[in-house]
Write a protein that binds this ligand. Structure first.
Ligand SMILES: Cc1ncc(C[n+]2csc(CCOP(=O)(O)OP(=O)(O)O)c2C)c(N)n1
Length: 219
């Protein structure tokens, strides 16, 4: 089942409530996950989380992804013994492709997955999902430099929320601020606001969420 575009705000609200409810009980990273609910929904409507490789940087922002892929029924066990991890874990789901926790590793990991895909002749997208603070560390910059060199297709989704542990500072942060205020960026922004509505792909992740929450609430 694929959720209609008009129902997506309600879905985002349900996801947020579930995260707040669970983190209030179990603790965890709340702001980073609440900040990427719509972005995660949009990603899951554009990419197939099993077939494609979505790689979260740090992974502290992956709670909406866990809920919307196959873990809504187990979400109340987040960060409990034998429960769901607070970070992506391959052992937890076929939708998690890279175990994380440290920052700035996603682009180099994505490059590895993309190279493997090309060598094996596979057809899948490889996506690094990275925050603006993680992007400016050495490992991420080296990988960025190498992406251009290899000509391998890697999609980088930058979550530029201007925050790390505190406000982001420095040249990169200023450059991104200028970019987001530029005329050319603001020309392409309005149409890109509706990717969730226009992307036809999307494994029925939002459907998986509805089905599993219904199950877990019934039991
Ligand atoms: C190597 C390493 N250094 C420091 C941290 C601690 N840390 C966790 S999240 C974070 C900031 C992440 O900020 P950003 O990439 O902008 O993501 P956001 O929280 O905004 O989603 C840091 C420094 C870490 N996980 N790994």
């Amino acid at each position: 089942m694929k959720i209609a575009p008009k129902d997506l705000p309600a879905l985002a609200s349900e996801v947020r409530q579930e995260i707040i409810r669970t983190v209030s009980e179990n603790g965890g990273h709340i702001g980073s996950s609440l900040g990427v609910v719509e972005l995660t929904i949009a990603m899951l409507r554009c990419f197939n989380p099993v077939q494609d490789r979505i790689i979260f940087d740090v992974g502290h922002q992956s709670y909406p992804y866990k809920l919307l892929t196959d873990r809504a029924g187990r979400f109340s066990t987040l960060r409990l013994k034998d429960g769901l991890s607070g970070f992506p874990r391959r052992s937890e789901s076929p939708c998690d492709h890279f175990n994380t926790g440290h920052s700035s590793t996603s682009i180099s990991a994505a490059l590895g997955y993309a190279k493997a895909r090309d060598l094996l002749g596979e057809d899948r997208h490889v996506v690094a999902f990275i925050g603006d603070a993680s992007l400016i560390n050495g490992l991420a910059l080296e990988a960025l430099n190498y992406v251009q060199e290899t000509k391998t297709k890697v999609i980088i989704v930058l979550n530029d929320n201007k925050h790390s542990i505190s406000n982001c500072v420095g040249g990169f942060s200023t450059m991104l601020a200028h970019l987001s205020a530029s005329t050319s960026y603001n020309k392409i922004k309005p149409p890109s606001r509706t990717p969730a509505a226009c992307c036809p792909r999307a494994a029925s992740c939002s459907g998986a969420w509805r089905a599993s929450t219904t199950r877990s609430r019934a039991s």
